[in-house]
Ligand binder design. Structure first.
Ligand SMILES: NC(=O)c1ccc[n+]([C@@H]2O[C@H](COP(=O)([O-])OP(=O)(O)OC[C@H]3O[C@@H](n4cnc5c(N)ncnc54)[C@H](O)[C@@H]3O)[C@@H](O)[C@H]2O)c1
Length: 257
């Protein structure tokens, strides 16, 4: 067993920025051919170009992961281009409004669920048949500390991240005998654009103070970098994790979820 993705094909959703971009670039460095999927074309194309700079084949597909036809399209693109899919990183996500549940609009609730839950479900639904034909594959879904604990003003996001753990655990059982593993990576705070948006909404004008206080409450005293989370995602997708499936693995500097 070794830590290489040479000859493998990986799809990473939400790879225009943050954790997804770090994972796409780490996969490219490790030898994978990478399909970068995101809503945002400009930074998505930049991720793909950076991946090619590592000598990897990489392209970008614009998709809203909450729409079945767009998910089917990115899966088709990977298979038409490279003939197989070894790794799916179901990573795109959205925090929604930072608002008390009683003030939440039903439309916002549905949108958070559509992106985080339906997007993860659709990614697996359309990719697993390819992996089953191959009798090989690994899926890494992006959960969160919010897969285990509650956070004020983030009830729909919290519910969606709990659901990702449920999808991971149940679907892993369905394909465990098909050579396919499905796990979830569950980070605490990670220094990305999403977290900066959340901090700005939670503490208008005082986001830096909130950030310092929150960092200090983490046992190792800091947020994760996107690259640290990507390292765990690659490990879970690699053959080194060959007996790990159906798990949520936390990465949070020692916090207890
Ligand atoms: N940053 C954190 O502290 C943190 C902690 C735990 C979990 N997470 C999770 O990590 C994942 C990545 O988040 P990040 O922090 O890198 O945030 P980010 O905002 O930097 O990246 C999220 C990406 O997902 C894309 N995206 C959003 N909705 C989409 C859709 N409908 N279709 C396709 N792409 C879409 C965005 O365009 C963006 O590029 C998310 O699932 C998030 O919930 C983040």
């Amino acid at each position: 067993m070794s830590f290489t993705f040479n000859g493998q094909v990986a799809i990473v959703t939400g790879a225009a920025t943050g954790i997804g971009r770090a994972a796409a670039l780490a996969l490219a460095r490790a030898g994978a051919r990478v399909l970068v999927v995101d809503l945002q074309p400009e930074p998505g194309e930049i991720t793909a170009a950076q991946a090619r700079d590592y000598g990897s084949e990489a392209s970008f597909v614009q998709a809203d992961i909450s729409h079945a036809d767009q998910v089917a399209n990115y899966v088709r693109k990977a298979v038409d281009t490279w003939g197989r899919i070894d790794v799916l990183m179901n990573n795109a996500g959205w925090q929604g409004d930072i608002t008390a549940l009683v003030d939440y609009t039903d439309e916002q609730f549905d949108r958070v669920m559509a992106i985080n839950v339906r997007g993860t479900y659709l990614g697996m639904k359309h990719t697993l048949p390819v992996m089953i034909r191959q009798q090989r594959g690994a899926v890494v879904n992006t959960g969160s500390l919010a897969s285990y604990t509650g956070t004020r003003m983030l009830a729909p996001y919290t519910a969606s991240k709990h659901a990702i753990l449920g999808l991971t655990r149940a679907t892993a059982l369905e394909v465990a005998r098909e050579g396919i593993r499905i796990n979830a990576v569950c980070p605490g705070p990670v220094d990305t654009p999403m977290l900066r948006d959340i901090e700005a909404a939670q503490a208008p004008g005082q986001a830096d103070t909130l950030r310092q206080r929150r960092s200090a409450s983490i046992p190792d005293g800091r947020y994760a970098s996107p690259e640290e989370v990507a390292n765990l995602m690659l490990y879970l997708a690699s053959d080194l994790a060959s007996h790990i499936t159906g798990q949520g693995i936390q990465i949070n500097g020692g916090s207890h979820g």
